[in-house]
Write a protein that binds this ligand. Structure first.
Ligand SMILES: Cc1ncc(C[n+]2csc(CCOP(=O)(O)OP(=O)(O)O)c2C)c(N)n1
Ligand SMILES: [Mg+2]
Length: 374
């Protein structure tokens, strides 16, 4: 058997062209020193990197605020993405305004970075809305909790846009655990066969709740899962925002040029427990967490930006103040008790509500009216 794969409507692609780089792409080491490990990827524009840093600093402050709001009962649950800021922000900055983001429960920072208002983004985690923002308006699909189901939605949407002649790319964020789900594999296969302009970005944060990576896969890397489907794959240091930007930009450009989907594995780490209701000390050592704190995506970026002359104390102080203001407005937005309309339960279940659903809605409406009678 040779390594030449000839998918329909394509020029021959060799298996080795689809394989990820042997080591993760990175521009910066853990101390923010430049390294020559980027395999020909273009260093992103400095202005874009500074903007990424600003969003990462504000994003981290909001993440800390969200965790605090769970302890005050203002949020029902919060899956922190502390430590994953380079993945969340770098991904969003690589997308165009008409591209679509398909996030999971973990990706609130990515949604906020896309410009969704905090009180709208948090409706799901407050437990008051199915989705607190208008997905069509912001081109962000509802945060998805069933693992990997949204990978298929991303492939389907981008394929449909292609058929309509729109140059839209869809990017699905998935976790390392989600790569074991059938839906993930079906999405890769569909996107490859139909050349759907999709980018699948796996945030490999080493755990699926308590299940470590070693119990999740026997593959050399998660990026290797692309080759069997004919999907171009890459691995990247997910704590180096320069690398995330460069590699995701390349994947998006590829998809937009009609060259097919990509699978990108971003190596990162979840510094906090799975959610506020998890006790991570039951399955991982503090020494491991400490080792990853040393690889913090924000600290290494700041070290590099200061050496570039692109960041000084005055600018750092201004962004720290901006982050405090953003946290204060988030607290204010969530300080009012939410009063969701019980009838909203029936909205958005089907595009056209079914007869049983309408009957149930009418029953609830009558019940509510009878309860409110004096
Ligand atoms: C189809 C499905 N099965 C099981 C679950 C329960 N569950 C919620 S989060 C999670 C772990 C997912 O881990 P990973 O994909 O690595 O994402 P992370 O939480 O680390 O971001 C599981 C198993 C689910 N949400 N959906
Ligand atoms: Mg994970």
């Amino acid at each position: 058997m040779g390594t030449v794969i000839t998918p329909a409507h394509s020029s021959p692609v060799t298996g080795s062209q689809l394989l990820p780089s042997p080591t993760p792409i990175r521009f910066l080491d853990e101390r923010g020193n430049p390294v020559d490990e980027h395999q020909g990827y273009q260093e992103p524009d400095l202005g874009l990197v500074v903007e990424a840093w600003r969003r990462m600093v504000v994003g981290r402050r909001l993440d800390t605020q969200c965790s605090a709001l769970t302890r005050q009962g203002r949020l029902a649950v919060y899956p922190s993405s502390r430590g994953q800021e380079a993945c969340q922000v770098g991904t969003v900055l690589a997308l165009g305004p008409d591209d679509w983001l398909f996030p999971t429960y973990r990706d609130t920072m990515a949604i906020l970075s896309r410009g969704v208002e905090a009180h709208e983004a948090l409706g799901l985690l407050q437990g008051t809305r199915h989705c607190g923002y208008d997905p069509q308006k912001v081109k962000v699909a509802p945060q998805c909790t069933p693992l990997a189901t949204h990978a298929l939605h991303a492939a389907g949407l981008s394929y449909a846009c292609g058929r309509l002649g729109e140059p839209t790319v869809a990017l699905a964020l998935v976790g390392d655990g989600a790569t074991s789900e059938g839906d993930f594999h079906e999405a890769l296969n569909f996107a490859a066969v139909f050349r759907a302009p999709t980018v699948f970005l796996v945030q490999n944060n080493r755990y699926a709740i308590s299940v470590p990576l070693a119990r999740q896969t026997a593959a050399p890397t998660l990026a290797h899962k692309g080759i069997g489907y004919g999907v171009a794959s890459e691995q990247v240091d997910g704590n180096d925002v320069l690398a995330v930007l460069a590699v995701v930009q390349a994947g998006v450009a590829r998809a937009r040029a009609g060259e097919g989907p990509s699978l990108i594995e971003a190596h990162t780490y979840r510094l906090e427990p799975h959610t506020n209701s998890d006790d991570a000390s039951r399955y991982r050592d503090e020494a491991e967490v400490e080792a990853w704190r040393q690889r913090d995506p924000i600290l290494r970026l700041e070290a590099w930006l200061r050496r570039q002359g692109a960041l000084d104390d005055t600018r750092a102080k201004a962004v720290a103040e901006e982050a405090e203001e953003a946290a204060a407005s988030l607290r204010a937005a969530l300080s009012e008790p939410a009063a969701p309309d019980p009838l909203a339960l029936f909205d958005h279940v089907y595009a056209e509500p079914t007869a049983p659903l309408l009957r149930q809605r009418a029953w609830l409406e009558a019940k509510m009216a009878s309860l409110s009678e004096p």
